[in-house]
Design a protein around this ligand. Structure first.
Ligand SMILES: C[S@@+](CC[C@H](N)C(=O)[O-])C[C@H]1O[C@@H](n2cnc3c(N)ncnc32)[C@H](O)[C@@H]1O
Length: 360
């Protein structure tokens, strides 16, 4: 099935368009795929227009979602439809897609109507909530929807209600949430909103198998810079025992889990007496200093996996991330420690990214 993509469309937090541009150029560059980046500042959306069209599956393989840091969601851009008539937008979109794909084996597993995550574009969300069910019904009627979880997702991005860009992604190579926007509930007893960041990280950066085997009763974690305890609570609620390091106070609701020991100490110098399963770190510090600390815990055998934040500088954010990635990889490689490292600017992140690092 050789279906040609004209580029990629990527969602991000408003203000991070140039980082998305830098990363897509770097990822495509590894495969000699060239093109031009278009991303208006603060638009929360980046388009990468290919110099020449290429097979959509090949393009997505060249830019695996797990390798994207600043793109919250991305899909192969297959085309655009303009001048949608107010009376029959769904009919025009469906006819367009039927003309393109009805004679191919392509059927969509799911449909996602999308808009940019900016205040200006918020009004689109109301329109799309009403419009999406009509469109889905019309697609189903034409036999374009397959009831298969593994079939490609159809993305329709609306900048206005009269035009859309459409494209494809594979469900196992995409964000778990439409547009990468994680709507998560605050757990009972949560002392800080940053608890949502850890809960998002579990789903955005780890597979179901990884979660099942490493977030369970009987395991041990250390949380560096733990107060007031939002991250610690995520582990304790899954039965993991946590040593929480911070000179600041922990919330009573966190201590009441009975699984948390609070140690008032400096997270940069404190070390556990025995190896632990997890070390997590949310200390606000220079990213390179945090990266060096994380690498040190791994190469000295103190933990097997970690989730940590890297606070981003005001400028050269992409370069800083790559510097920290290289620093950690080099130290672990030097010790012969094979590992996976996944980095993402999560929906709940602001001026930082979240990293999952694990020995394999
Ligand atoms: C962003 S807050 C952590 C929030 C926490 N992850 C949560 O979910 O509630 C950063 C914490 O790091 C602590 N911190 C900063 N430097 C530290 C250090 N050198 N040693 C221990 N804690 C430190 C601060 O006291 C602060 O409580």
């Amino acid at each position: 099935m050789n279906l040609q993509a004209t580029g990629l469309i990527m969602h991000c937090r408003a203000g991070f368009e140039s980082e998305v541009g830098a990363e897509v150029l770097a990822l495509c560059g590894r495969h000699d795929i060239t093109g031009v980046v278009h991303g208006k500042p603060d638009s929360a959306l980046v388009r990468f227009a290919l110099a020449k069209p290429c097979d959509w599956a090949h393009l997505l393989e060249a830019v695996p979602f797990n390798d994207c840091v600043f793109a919250r969601e991305r899909f192969a851009w297959m085309g655009s439809i303009s001048d949608l008539p107010e009376q029959d937008r769904a009919g025009v979109i469906v006819n367009h897609l039927v003309a393109l794909y009805a004679k191919t084996p392509l059927r969509f597993g799911r449909m996602s109507c999308e808009f940019a995550d900016t205040n200006e574009a918020k009004e689109m969300s109301g329109f799309l909530r009403r419009f999406a069910p009509h469109l889905e019904k019309a697609l189903a009627k034409k036999g374009m929807l397959a009831m298969k979880a593994e079939a490609p997702t159809l993305h329709l991005f609306f900048e206005t209600s009269s035009a859309c860009d459409f494209g494809l992604s594979m469900p196992d190579d995409a964000s778990p949430w439409p547009m990468g926007i994680a709507h998560l509930r605050m757990p009972i007893g949560a002392p800080s909103r940053s608890t949502l960041k850890m809960s998002e990280a579990f789903f955005a950066l780890m597979s179901e198998t990884e979660r099942a085997s490493t977030l369970r009763a009987g395991l041990k974690a250390v949380d560096l810079g733990a107060a007031p305890g939002g991250w610690t609570l995520q582990f304790a609620q899954r039965g993991v025992r946590v040593t929480a390091i911070d000179n600041g106070p922990l919330a009573q609701s966190v201590l009441d889990t009975g699984l948390v020991e609070h140690v008032r100490a400096d997270g940069f110098t404190w070390r556990p007496k025995q190896r632990v399963d997890w070390m997590v770190c949310d200390m606000v510090e220079q990213p390179a200093r945090v990266a060096a600390l994380i690498a040190d815990w791994f190469v000295t055998g103190r933990c097997r996996r970690s989730i940590f934040n890297l606070k981003l500088p005001m400028k050269k954010r992409y370069a800083e991330v790559e510097k920290c990635r290289a620093l950690i990889s080099a130290r672990l490689d030097d010790e012969g420690l094979s590992h996976v490292m996944r980095m993402r600017h999560l929906y709940h992140d602001r001026e930082e990214i979240t990293v999952y690092l694990a020995l394999v």
